[in-house]
Design a binder for this molecule. Structure first.
Ligand code: C2E
Ligand code: MG
Ligand code: MG
Ligand code: MG
Length: 276
């Protein structure tokens, strides 16, 4: 009995694998179409400064509206875009679009853009950032480029030269999702990040979990002592906000402050939440 069940399970897995690979192949073809057909758009999530309680910027977050399947999350298509190299083209579109949008705001607020490791390692990245700012008429000093630790795992010298060149343009470099990767501390010592964004996973159970609270407090202190701006991501409750504020965190992002929103709502939010 066990034997036949085993075979059945095996066949089931094969069928499931087939379906998954078919879905992947289909997604890949559709991703190429999406680039050509401009099926992407950006949402903007506010960034709150805790010294002034003002919204001082926004992070651009990509969305794919598939004509039949509806909204597809970046968690699903970014990895595929990275494997196929399409992320370079998609990422250039994100840069141009985000810079153009930010240049239209009445306040010279920060615009944060996520860069994939594949993009950072692609030869045209510095020129792509420079030309996106130039085309939009955006001061590069308003641009923050968010990278994750995984960028730094390979080709470290080359990567550091690229990051230095991006900084030389005037852009700032943030380490995103801090605490989820490897060897974070040695990277912080080797490369002068401007900002460190503490991952949402540490915030979720701040109130109940003494370890998470200790880590968040320690990383805020570490960031400060290294001269970096500290941001906490994923703040959803007033309790979490009070906690990170008391620990001396500089900025927060999260559903409590605002969900990622369409470009049309950005200006109004900034007008409402300007420093008094
Ligand atoms: P990320 O850069 O760490 O962005 C933060 C993610 O957390 C966003 O998910 C945001 O919607 C979500 N988030 C923010 N506040 C809260 C909160 O209070 N609670 C919860 N539960 N979630 C919150 P999203 O938009 O699905 O993006 C996921 C990831 O996809 C991003 O993580 C980023 O790594 C990547 N991504 C998004 N847009 C781009 C892009 O244009 N280019 C590249 N290369 N990656 C992107
Ligand atoms: Mg980010
Ligand atoms: Mg993050
Ligand atoms: Mg993340």
């Amino acid at each position: 009995r066990a034997k036949s069940e085993g075979r059945g399970t095996h066949r089931f897995f094969e069928a499931e694998m087939d379906t998954r690979m078919q879905r992947r192949r289909m997604l890949e073809v559709e991703l190429r179409t999406a680039v050509a057909m401009r099926q992407f758009h950006l949402l903007y999530q506010p960034l709150l400064a805790l010294d002034s309680d003002a919204v001082i910027g926004f992070e651009a977050l990509i969305r794919w509206s598939h004509p039949e399947r509806g909204l597809i999350s970046p968690a699903e298509f970014i990895p595929l875009a990275e494997e196929t190299g399409l992320i370079v083209q998609i990422g250039e579109w994100v840069l141009r679009e985000a810079c153009r949008e930010a240049a239209s705001w009445q306040q010279p607020a920060i615009i944060a853009v996520n860069l994939s490791p594949v993009q950072v390692r692609s030869p045209g990245i510095v020129e792509a950032v420079r030309s996106a700012c130039a085309a939009a008429g955006l001061d590069p000093r308003r641009l923050e480029l968010e990278i994750t630790e995984s960028v730094l795992l390979t080709d470290t010298d080359e990567t550091f030269r690229t990051l230095q060149a991006l900084k030389a343009l005037g852009a700032r470099i943030s380490m995103d999702d801090f605490g989820t990767g490897y060897s974070s501390l040695s990277y912080l010592r080797r490369f002068p990040f401007d900002k460190i964004k503490i991952d949402r996973s540490f915030v979720t159970d701040l109130a109940e979990d003494a370890e998470s609270a200790a880590i968040v407090g320690a990383v805020i202190g570490l960031g400060k002592s290294l001269g970096m701006v500290t941001t906490v991501e994923g703040v959803e409750t007033a309790g979490q906000l009070a906690h990170v504020r008391a620990r001396g965190c500089d900025q927060v992002q999260g559903y409590l402050i605002g969900r990622p929103m369409p470009a049309e709502q950005v200006q109004r939010l900034m007008d409402d939440k300007e420093a008094a």
